[in-house]
Ligand binder design. Structure first.
Ligand code: ADP
Length: 167
């Protein structure tokens, strides 16, 4: 049987425990997982692309070892569907939080189906403990000196504190 390759795209600015939870669920469904880190200049990321890729890679090493599923972390700037084709993904994985994510994801799936109807989008939900976590809010809390340890892996918490200590 052909390999099942999943692509989990996002900005990962930075990777949170919500993302990690989704990835831990995704590896149960695939033979190989590609994490696509979007350049996303429009979002004005706090961490550079290199920093986001490095932080994500470090966390993936742990999950890959535990699950035995190879995980590749790759930056991308092209159209998502083009990137999915390039990495031979059979499906795209997205996390779904409360209703707020639905409208946007609903539109994206509709558009992406028009671009390539062979690549399915699969939605996963994180454990209730992590569903409310958003990178945007984590950055805001860190910027204001709040405790972020419950939201991100320890290495990411350290990187966030370092980022805001400098500014
Ligand atoms: P994007 O810019 O594509 O929204 P993000 O890095 O913010 O990138 O998120 C990537 C994916 O992970 C999206 O599908 C998003 O809905 C999902 N996600 C982010 N945080 C959570 C969470 N706490 N629980 C479940 N899914 C999440």
């Amino acid at each position: 049987m052909a390999k099942r390759i999943g692509l989990y795209p996002g900005t990962f600015d930075p990777i949170t425990l919500g993302h990690v939870d989704i990835i831990e669920r995704a590896v149960k469904m695939v033979d190989e997982l590609v994490i696509g880190v979007a350049i996303n200049r429009d979002k004005g990321p706090l961490f550079s692309l290199e920093e986001r890729v490095a932080m994500t890679k470090a966390e993936m090493a742990i999950i890959s070892k535990k699950s035995g599923v190879p995980i590749m972390v790759t930056p991308f700037e092209t159209l998502l569907m083009k990137f999915a084709e390039q990495v031979n993904a059979n499906f795209i994985i997205r996390g779904l939080r409360a209703v707020s994510d639905f409208e946007y994801e609903f539109q994206m799936v509709g558009m992406n189906q028009k671009l390539n109807d062979d690549i399915e989008t699969v939605f996963l939900m994180a454990d209730v403990r992590y569903q409310f976590i958003a990178s945007r809010l984590v950055k805001e809390i860190a910027r204001l000196g709040g405790d972020i340890n419950a939201f991100v892996p320890p290495a990411v918490a350290t990187a966030l504190r370092a980022k805001f200590a400098k500014s």
